[in-house]
Design a protein around this ligand. Sequence first.
Ligand SMILES: Nc1ncnc2c1ncn2[C@@H]1O[C@H](COP(=O)(O)OP(=O)(O)O)[C@@H](O)[C@H]1O
Ligand SMILES: [Mg+2]
Length: 161
Amino acid sequence: MKRAVLDEPGLIRWGRVIGESAAREAVFVALHGPLGAGKTCLTQAACAGVGVHETVTSPTYTLVHWYDGDRGTVAHADLYRIAHASELPALGWEELESHPGPVFVEWAERAGEELPPDRWEIRLDFAADGALRTVTAHALGDAPPIPDPGPCAAPAREASC
Ligand SMILES: Nc1ncnc2c1ncn2[C@@H]1O[C@H](COP(=O)(O)OP(=O)(O)O)[C@@H](O)[C@H]1O
Ligand SMILES: [Mg+2]
């Protein structure tokens, strides 16, 4: 289990690395954490890492967005609005699960047993300081090792979600 406390530029920096690595290895990424914790922010950074140039918006209402990037096609899903895993087939879960590229799913726990066994698990939580987030991350099954969330030696880049 990897753990770090990150400010927003730090989360964005790690997100880009996550995106590059997830694109290279076609990783399914399950994102957990309360509203406002930074799941969409992390996915936006990851999409930049996949080489997506268009604006990445929260799929809270549309459930799944697909983006073509320089390093692959990335899927971004948000299960906040599903009440039960039985709703998954209707939103194209099979396509997400079998996608030969990076997949990022917010509120992934709502998929329950339907989550693929080989995946990265990332949890974001509010830290005592409102500008910081606690990040815990680990790889499951045959998923490759997850990049370390830092602290990173590189200087923080000014960025915002
Ligand atoms: N350390 C941080 N990491 C990520 N987001 C942060 C951080 N500090 C503040 N924020 C803010 O928190 C919000 C996270 O929102 P969002 O990514 O939409 O959350 P979620 O998708 O988990 O509901 C953004 O407004 C972002 O600017
Ligand atoms: Mg979100």
